[in-house]
Design a protein around this ligand. Sequence first.
Ligand code: GUN
Length: 299
Amino acid sequence: MAAKIIDGKEFAASVRGKVADHVARLKEQNGITPGLAVVLVGEDPASAVYVKNKGKSTVEVGMNSYEHRLDADTSEEVLLALIDQLNNDPAVHGILCQLPLPGHLNEELVINSIVPEKDVDGFHISNVGLLGTGQKSMVPCTPLGCLMMLRDHHGSLSGLNAVVVGRSNIVGKPMANLLLKDSCTVTIAHSRTKNIEDLCRSADIVVAAVGRPEMITGDWIGDGATVIDVGINRIPHPEKEGKTKLVGDVHFASAVEKAGAITPVPGGVGPMTIACLLANTVTACCRSNGLEEPEGLTA
Ligand code: GUN
């Protein structure tokens, strides 16, 4: 039987709805409007589109959006001074510095200059450490979105075998930590892993985050497993010459025949990332004001 398709667009809309409700309550009951500052250095066209979408989504849920666009040749000193200003601005509850940064800037230094409480990307070394030790932290948006979809589909994840394919700091490692926190048995697989196909076939949950188009085919998937595809790869269109097509890290057509549930690309994990950024901003705002956190929007 073909798998249930997990609709990320619909799920993201429901997350944004919950965020908007909570923002309305914060305004009404506490006189607080959550604010998200996004910093873009340079003119990378893909980054400019992401930043524009983040700003638009922020305003749509009733939060304040502060966009800071800096020239590509901005010095580290000037960027760090801006981050310092945002760290100390009580109207700003979340700060995101769009990556990649131009080559002359030290990404690690810049990320770690954001105060952990406002680090809505969850990339600060303190947040990485807190998540790794199972403590309350800001959680990276894409793995948080994957976790929400998995919890929604399975209810409890306790005792399930999960294989995360990919070991990046942004997705693979935090995803594995989140699944472990929800009592899954977790394996991180990567390009050097032996018997990776058998390993995936034995899993109840496969999260694909390797950045290799359609690498995971249906014969890697166990009957009825849940497949979360984080990949977004643009490839030449197989039928339309000169055109391109977006595909995931999973070969959808074959995997859908084996899986119990699967996220498509596009329309799966992708829309969840910005929704979780908004969720993290409202969470950061509540924490900084000592208020109750919104239910279902955190790890
Ligand atoms: N560039 C691509 N994805 C992301 C993200 O999730 N956060 C930041 N800061 N930069 C990105």
